[in-house]
Design a protein around this ligand. Structure first.
Ligand code: ATP
Length: 270
């Protein structure tokens, strides 16, 4: 079972490390670079996996988990790395990276971007497996709902049995909201990320969430998992776990703040 109390406290500290640096336990720093469709994030942990610092930037340089603007991605990663080094007063030399499952063909591109920004890449993971470094579940399904993709990993006795990825994510919810309210995409993003608006927007985006949950239900055997563990920015939506539970028939849980679970898990593997 996932220790929700531990994870809520841990993720609150990761989120806080965006505003202030925490003193690392030793000299070694572990960085996790998440090149996402909606956000590029770098999380820095100490050698005991305690959060140290974090930087993120909204960027449209990937589509469906694949880099479409190489130079744009490179300059964002350079900027985030530089800002972290300024805050920490030290150079970051190594990082781990992760790919949405099923986009392994573009591993090299992600790696070149990290290297172009001055990182040595020590580990390449798939996103839901990275997330499970935080959750540490032995049996169940980790579902990572990001901006452009929904990925899942089925774990049995601590081992990944299956990974799957589908190009549907939060960007699609924002497109639906943009059309519905007749507002620009950026404004729809802001409305969606406002927790006070979640009650109002939920009925509008519910069909897309049901579709995501149906895809997850189709790609797992109900007998192979008794719990779904959500993460990724789109999992922040209030009530999303109830839709997943209803559609899949599988108990579904998420921490209070599931946004930075994957980048933190990537950093743990550096
Ligand atoms: P991918 O992994 O699909 O390539 P990504 O890594 O950019 O994308 P995340 O950073 O996990 O994905 O999540 C980004 C998505 O989460 C965006 O669509 C964003 O609008 C959404 N999001 C962030 N915060 C919230 C919130 N509070 N409520 C609803 N959605 C949110």
């Amino acid at each position: 079972m996932m220790d929700l109390k531990r994870i809520n406290a841990y993720m609150a500290k990761v989120a806080a490390s965006e505003k202030r640096c925490f003193k690392p336990a030793g000299k070694k720093l572990k960085a996790g670079l998440d090149l996402g469709t909606a956000y590029i994030v770098i999380v820095v942990l100490d050698e005991n996996d305690n959060p140290v610092a974090c930087e993120k930037e909204a960027a449209g340089v990937l589509r469906d988990g694949v880099v479409v603007d190489y130079q744009g991605a490179l300059s964002v990663v350079r900027r985030l790395k530089g800002e972290l080094e300024r805050r920490l007063g030290t150079e970051l030399t190594k990082c781990a990276i992760a790919m949405p499952a099923g986009t392994e063909g573009s591993v090299r591109t992600h790696q070149y971007i990290a290297e172009g920004a001055g990182f040595e890449v020590t580990e390449i993971l798939d996103e839901p497996t990275a997330a499970n470094s935080v959750y540490k579940i032995d049996n169940g399904v980790v579902v990572d709902i990001g901006g452009g993709t929904t990925g899942l990993a089925v774990f049995k006795d601590g081992v990944v049995e299956k990974i799957y990825d589908e190009p549907t994510g939060g960007t699609h919810l924002s497109l639906v909201l943009s059309g519905n309210y007749r507002i620009p995409f950026e404004q729809a993003e802001a409305v969606k990320q406002d927790y006070r608006k979640h009650g109002e927007i939920f009925p509008i985006v519910r069909p897309v969430i049901e579709k995501m949950a149906t895809i997850v239900a189709r790609s797992i055997d109900r007998n192979e998992a008794d719990t779904i563990y959500l993460c990724g920015g789109t999992s922040c939506l209030t009530g999303i776990e109830e839709v997943f539970e209803k559609v899949t028939g599988i108990h579904t849980v998420k921490p209070d703040d599931p946004f930075l679970v994957t980048p933190a898990g990537i950093a743990m593997n550096c």
